[in-house]
Design a protein around this ligand. Sequence first.
Ligand SMILES: Cc1cc2nc3c(=O)[nH]c(=O)nc-3n(C[C@H](O)[C@H](O)[C@H](O)COP(=O)(O)OP(=O)(O)OC[C@H]3O[C@@H](n4cnc5c(N)ncnc54)[C@H](O)[C@@H]3O)c2cc1C
Length: 394
Amino acid sequence: MSETSTQKPDPFDFLGLDTLLSDEEILLRDTVRDFVDKEIKPNVAEWWDEGVIPHEDLARKFGELGMLGMHLEGYGCAGTSAMSYGLASLELEAGDSGIRSFVSVQGSLAMFPIWKFGSEEQKETWLPRMAKGEVIGCFGLTEPDSGSDPASMRTNARRDGVDWIINGSKMWITNGSIADVAIVWAKTDDGIRGFIVPTDTPGFSARDIKKKASLRASVTSELAFDDMRVPDEFALPGVASMRGPLSCLNEARFGIAFGAMGAARDCYETALRYSQEREQFNQPIGSFQLTQKKLVEMMVSVQRGSLVALHLGRRKDEGTLSPEQVSFGKFDNVRNALDVARTARSILGGNGITLEYPVFRHMANLETVITYEGTNEIHTLVMGQAITGLNAFA
Ligand SMILES: Cc1cc2nc3c(=O)[nH]c(=O)nc-3n(C[C@H](O)[C@H](O)[C@H](O)COP(=O)(O)OP(=O)(O)OC[C@H]3O[C@@H](n4cnc5c(N)ncnc54)[C@H](O)[C@@H]3O)c2cc1C
């Protein structure tokens, strides 16, 4: 029997999870971490405060790093493993959930449907430029009256000769007003179809949603389609049902299971360092039992959630990951990340409510993350159905 190690655990990797990663995965993870440390963390509080992001600059840099559509094969995409995509999402969200959303939407929600359901010509037309960050995409599924129940959408497309005429609107669309191309999901006589719509198409308009108190370093828009005429070549030929948008969401949710742990890790690390420096009653606040309990709870949450994410990553690469297991990761990791952020905020006291530290920003962002890509209630119902065999959606 081997002996227990006498080596003290690393406070930033208590269970030694790095040993579960290959050298190649660690290299990629460290490259993204370095990028986030240099390009995102020093600037993101200001972007968040002003409600802007330098999207063209970021898109180009993400393109150069090979991070856009990185887990897709061919057409100028990096073709990494799912695990690598997850690790990149985690590091990006340690910077900011809005920045991770930018990359998730481009890769999993805009490029993935073209890659999966598009014609060869559509793939050649769009994917190489999207991988380089020259073309920004968005994904229009949610509508003002159709959120958790996207199948109830009203946006419709009807045939008119060789063209389609699309009418309707979409709500809460990440990158909507800065996108060059929108994936628009619409009801048709054949079922729900996806359309690749250049945003300069007559009849397309986008308006930003202002006064957000969450995900401020991210553009969120409303889209409107007014008798928008598009040729049949814009329709994705490979799917005509809710399987289309849902399979895209599944890709993005997988990244969120990792990403949420990035935000949580940044909160834990910030609180740990703060607790060692900040003194009250002539002692570092980290010496108080109540603070140590909070730090340990946070550390355990981050390690446990990261372990879940890594397990999902391995299963996805093996081809054994089910959408219900993705729901597990999205559901549990995001709610735990939110708890970690709230606890970290309490350790920072008054400083915790400012943008001088990343914690409040992460906490506010995670309110979006727990809502989009299926609310936690919806993921509860997905898993509830999986374990009972009973559908409780309606
Ligand atoms: C910042 C941001 C960015 C987004 N980006 C995109 C994007 O790029 N593209 C896109 O298409 N969408 C996007 N969304 C939309 C997002 O996916 C929806 O907000 C989400 O699906 C919830 O829909 P809703 O807001 O209409 O809430 P609703 O569906 O109205 O839900 C309200 C509440 O009711 C609960 N509820 C609903 N049905 C049930 C039920 N059967 N049982 C129990 N509880 C239920 C929900 O869980 C929630 O708590 C974004 C949202 C935000 C906030």
